[in-house]
Design a protein around this ligand. Structure first.
Ligand SMILES: [Mn+2]
Length: 597
């Protein structure tokens, strides 16, 4: 299978479809004075209905929900304040992904810079992805127990809700554990041995927003603790607010793919954090901004900064990323960035190889009529199978599980699952577990994504059970790749004013995607550029001529042209701008072109 090239695999062609929208929301937007195009865009995104529309689009920090409404927050922040006042050794435990890294940075920098806790009284623990797995695992718990400077208080972030047995081990030697997490509570309930469990998905949680990321839960703990430390006179009443740490929260929130529509908290912190990053408030942002031209967008967080930080945790521990985020000087940040760029390049090469191999296996399953795709590569890499699952899910428009051997555990494989619109990953895994309790060694996740471990010998059984679970859920779901759009945009509205108006809807992210529009046109010319996988396309529509850029329009420079001159087509596109000789110009970015017959 080595050496296979993408162009040998005939991939399904995406179809362009108008995303469903709520006419009543469109009305509300129009009455609030929104431009008709914006009102229509908003109506196709699930903003919370109880908040006035303009406030939901652009919430302020003062709209953030109060931390103390979270179940256990009072108890957790009292305990943390006590540990600070008494100079206890405090441990921070997080995963290696971007949400974990930024959570780590929030906790660490707040303890040191806001609460003046001595750095030698903070212990950092990050699970090694390949050898220690996710969460507060046995190896991580053992490391904590054997630490020469053992903490008396441990804060987990972005994990811990499913780690009762390890938390119990720590409790036995009087380590208090404050769990801060946003993953769904397991069937068995919250970890009873924890000192406190902060998790907005707890059924008894009064916070009111289950969509926040792990780094935001960690930030809320610190915000509540700040209030306690002011009451205790450890901090002055005018001590700086923790809003200057929302840069970290913004990055973790976007990278963790939580909803940017359903949560005004997420919208507010991402919008605020973006401006901190853009202003270069830390050495790490200053060196990153040197590589980004113009205004920083939420897409930059999602496609540039997130993957860069994540690459470190994929291949080793994530200490490199966390140290980069916390770098004290620009020099330190520069060398950190270089190391991250190298591991990102390595990650991309490994990923490309694995996606290619996975594609051909996936294609065989699609040809057999499978709804769900289950791929196991013996030579896979658990560090990138999440991204691989995501790519293959997009290409075939089907739920995808991607497996590789678990490092250091003979006969065990671990998998990442990614779902499509209208599908719940964790529910599907739960259905498999209910039907075959013996085969799943462990699993977790939420609606869009999940992970699991299996005996290698159970792979076939899992594939069939997962297929059954998917079919049960997706009776009415359309399979195959779909490009969702916000409807037709008249050619005369293709201008910079329109783009400026659309940019006021920032931040974009999951469930609040960058608007994509459609138009009908005739292809006047298509010309490959760059490495031959990008094209410039001349179009004619409603008597106007226009030109657009179509990135990755074909799999390789030798693949056939997907459209021909004079074809009547439907174009899905988004609006961007570029600056040339100080002149800002509108750019049409083509997402897909469908030939009309
Ligand atoms: Mn997370």
């Amino acid at each position: 299978m080595n050496g296979i090239i993408l162009s040998e695999i005939k991939l399904p062609k995406p179809v362009i479809r108008v995303k469903p929208f709520q006419p009543s929301k469109e009305e509300e937007g129009l009455s609030a004075g929104l431009h008709p195009v914006l009102a229509r865009v908003i109506a196709a995104r699930p903003l919370p209905s109880e908040v006035p529309i303009l406030e939901a689009i652009s919430p302020r920090l003062k709209n953030l929900f109060a931390p103390l409404n979270m179940q256990d927050m009072d108890r957790a922040s009292d305990r943390l304040a006590q540990a600070i006042l008494q100079g206890e050794i405090i441990g921070i435990e997080t995963d290696h992904d971007c949400d974990g890294q930024t959570s780590h940075a929030v906790l660490y920098s707040t303890l040191v810079h806001h609460f003046n806790h001595p750095e030698d009284k903070i212990r950092s623990y990050i699970g090694h992805r390949l050898t220690e797995g996710y969460g507060l695992s046995e190896p991580v718990a053992t490391r904590i127990l054997e630490d020469v400077k053992r903490p008396s208080l441990l804060i987990t972030a972005d994990n811990g809700s499913s780690d009762e047995p390890r938390i119990q081990r720590l409790k036995e030697v009087n380590i208090d554990v404050i769990v801060t997490d946003h993953h769904e509570i397991p069937k068995e309930g919250i970890p009873m041995s924890a000192y406190a469990v902060l998790n907005p998905t707890r059924p008894d949680c009064g916070y009111g927003d289950p969509f926040i990321a792990g780094c935001m839960v960690a930030w809320l703990l610190m915000a509540a603790t700040r209030q306690k430390l002011i009451l205790n006179n450890h901090l002055k009443s005018n001590a700086p607010s923790l809003s200057n740490c929302l840069d970290f929260v913004a990055v973790g929130t976007i990278a963790d793919c939580v909803s940017i529509a359903r949560s005004i908290n997420n919208r507010a912190v991402v919008a605020y954090g973006l401006r901190l990053i853009e202003a270069g408030t830390r050495p790490c942002w200053r060196v990153i901004m040197a590589n980004i031209a113009g205004r920083l967008s939420s897409e930059d967080l999602g496609f540039k900064i997130g993957p860069l930080l994540n690459s470190d945790g994929r291949l080793s521990t994530a200490f490199g990323s966390v140290s980069f985020l916390l770098a004290k000087t620009d020099e330190e940040a520069k060398s950190g960035l270089l190391a991250l760029q190298n591991s990102n390049t390595e990650r991309k090469a490994i990923q490309q190889d694995i996606v290619l191999k996975g594609l051909s296996l996936a294609k065989e399953q699609v040809d057999k009529g499978r709804y769900a795709l289950c791929i196991y590569l013996k030579a896979g890499h658990t560090g990138v199978h999440g991204i691989a699952a995501s790519r293959i899910k997009d290409i075939f428009g089907r739920p995808t599980a991607f497996f590789a051997p678990k490092v250091g555990a003979a006969g065990i494989i671990s998998g990442s699952v990614r779902g499509i619109e209208g599908f719940h990953v964790r529910d599907a895994l739960q259905a498999v577990a209910d039907q075959h309790p013996e085969i799943l060694l462990g699993f977790g996740g939420h609606k869009g994504a999940g992970g699991l471990t299996l005996q290698e010998s159970a792979f076939e059984t899992f594939s069939l059970a997962f297929e059954t679970a998917c079919r049960a859920q997706m009776q009415f779901t359309q399979l195959g790749p779909i490009i969702w759009t916000d409807g037709f945009l008249p050619v005369k509205q293709l201008n910079l004013e329109m783009l400026d108006a659309l940019e006021r809807l920032e931040p974009f992210g999951r469930e609040f995607e960058v608007p994509v529009f459609e138009l009908k046109a005739k292809v006047k010319e298509i010309r490959a550029m760059g490495d031959g996988t990008h094209a410039r396309v001349q179009l004619e529509s409603e008597g106007f001529q226009m030109s657009g850029v179509w990135f990755k329009f074909r799999q390789s420079a030798t693949s056939a042209m997907p459209v021909q001159k004079e074809d009547a087509v439907k174009v899905a596109f988004s609006l961007k701008s570029s600056t040339y000789q100080n002149q800002r110009r509108l750019e049409i970015h083509i997402v897909h072109i469908e030939t009309l017959t």
